[in-house]
Design a protein around this ligand. Structure first.
Ligand SMILES: NC(=O)c1ccc[n+]([C@@H]2O[C@H](COP(=O)([O-])OP(=O)(O)OC[C@H]3O[C@@H](n4cnc5c(N)ncnc54)[C@H](OP(=O)(O)O)[C@@H]3O)[C@@H](O)[C@H]2O)c1
Length: 258
């Protein structure tokens, strides 16, 4: 038997967070480090990751910041090689990098549809496959996919008009379930977090414009904040969730409760 403190500890684990230099990715990377994990953060602009790395290193863990477009197979392979070179293992993968394109469905250009799918679906698959092979060799691993409440239902176009994003997040929901089944024999847990509205640099403008409509949909009547993803992410990364796989955990202030 283990204590809750032991179960929730990530001491000496190695956690990779795509898009970890900002927003929800940085929040999760910080939480993993606070729980004792070494952390790898990557995004296209390495400077942001390096800045975040300087902050996170102060928690006493090792941090690797790397440039990596999480939709490009060759760059993910390089990231995996660097992780194996520096740490020799990969315990947790948070597939967080994501993008959206806002337009009514009838006006969405194919190229923008593809742009969203390339990162949100194909990138999530590629990162899972490349780091999953390492986890299969280790006979253990934790994959956390960042879906969205927008992948669980249709959305009011006045609040969120992006068929491509919502479709891609719906695909992540079922990718999570199916991959959980496929990799259960390898002792790899695959779960997803479906965040509701969290304040981030990219949606600050949308929040100011549509604050009343956005808050009206949230029973707790506030957006997600800088600590709200930490507990759910550490839970899914740690041994506390060893019997949880294929689950979609909504962290949304109650949006999907009604
Ligand atoms: N904020 C919300 O309300 C909310 C709600 C539900 C779900 N989510 C999901 O949560 C995740 C993070 O969102 P966020 O709000 O934190 O976004 P954000 O503040 O815009 O941060 C996104 C991060 O992803 C990185 N990124 C973008 N494209 C990338 C690529 N091709 N490869 C690697 N990294 C890339 C960005 O850095 P670079 O520009 O340097 O690449 C940035 O660090 C996304 O999957 C999003 O869909 C967010």
């Amino acid at each position: 038997m283990s204590t809750v403190q032991e179960l929730m500890s990530l001491k000496d684990r190695v956690s990779i967070v795509t898009g970890g230099g900002a927003g929800l990715g940085k929040q999760m990377a910080t939480a993993f480090a606070e729980a004792g994990s070494h952390v790898v953060i990557c995004s296209r602009k390495v400077e942001k990751c390096e800045e975040a790395a300087h902050e996170i290193e102060k928690l006493g863990v090792r941090v690797l910041a790397m440039a990596c477009d999480a939709s490009k197979e060759d760059q993910i392979e390089k990231l995996k090689d660097a992780v194996m070179d520096q740490f020799g293992r990969a315990d947790v993968l948070a597939n967080n990098a994501g993008r959206a394109w806002f337009a009514p469905p009838e006006e969405t250009p194919l190229e923008k549809w593809q742009y969203v799918m390339d990162l949100n679906i194909t990138g999530t698959f590629l990162c899972s496959q490349i780091f999953g092979r390492v986890m299969i060799g280790q006979k253990r691993g934790k994959i956390i996919n960042i879906a969205s409440v927008s992948g669980l239902r249709g959305k009011n176009p006045k609040v969120h008009n992006s068929l491509s994003y919502n479709t891609s997040k719906g695909a992540i929901v079922n990718m999570t379930r199916d991959l959980a089944v496929k990799w259960a024999p390898h002792n790899i847990n695959v779960n997803a977090i479906a965040p509701g509205f969290f304040l981030a640099s990219r949606n600050q403008g949308r929040y100011e414009e549509r604050k009343e409509q956005i808050l009206a949909e949230i029973p707790l009547h506030r957006p997600g904040g800088p600590d709200d993803l930490k507990g759910p992410a550490v839970f899914l990364a740690s041994d506390a969730s060893n019997f949880v796989t294929g689950a979609i955990l909504s962290v949304d202030g109650g949006v999907t409760a009604w």
